[in-house]
Ligand binder design. Structure first.
Ligand code: CO
Length: 165
């Protein structure tokens, strides 16, 4: 028993020492980051009423439009059984989705949003793993919860939002 205890202690201290040489393995040992539920799929649309009618026509439950001036968007929520769609349309002159619609006038998928337990831990870990973030600090997102965006270049061309659940 005693000799087994000694060998366990030795191997633990060796692996801790080797981890300290590499910040990436130190991060993966903590393993706090876990992508949770798909919170929403955001779709930029050129005409909110048409888009709402389209999803109603598909049999979905569609909310009334909501202006979110501080985010530069008007949104309509399409509630699905396991997640929701957010239909986004520019609100005001400096909307973050104006450029997107200029490039894709017919609309398209704008971003995906996944839930995380702790936004600050998530930011530290994705940074340490080499993902490029759009913001240094979390912002309050469209649902009143802290969010951060990962650059599409880091995620196969998909703008990716992490939201604290
Ligand atoms: Co979003």
């Amino acid at each position: 028993m005693f000799s087994r205890f000694v060998s366990t202690t030795v191997s633990t201290s060796v692996s801790m020492r080797s981890a300290s040489f590499s910040s990436s393995s130190a991060v993966s040992q903590e393993a706090n980051l876990k992508l949770g539920r798909l919170n929403h799929v955001a779709i930029a649309v050129p005409d909110l009423n048409e888009a709402a009618a389209l999803y109603r026509n598909l049999g979905a439950s569609v909310s009334a439009p909501q202006d979110l001036p501080e985010h530069g968007v008007t949104t309509i929520f399409v509630n699905l059984e396991n997640t929701k769609l957010e239909l986004l349309h520019p609100f005001g002159d400096n909307s973050p989705i104006q450029n997107f619609l200029a490039k894709k006038p017919g609309g398209g998928v704008h971003h995906l949003c996944y839930e995380v337990d702790d936004i600050y831990k998530a930011i530290a870990e994705v940074k340490a793993k080499g993902f490029q973030l759009l913001d240094k600090e979390p912002k309050i997102g469209a649902h009143g919860k802290p969010v951060v965006f990962i650059h599409p270049k880091s995620v196969n061309g998909v703008l990716t939002e992490l939201e604290q659940a």
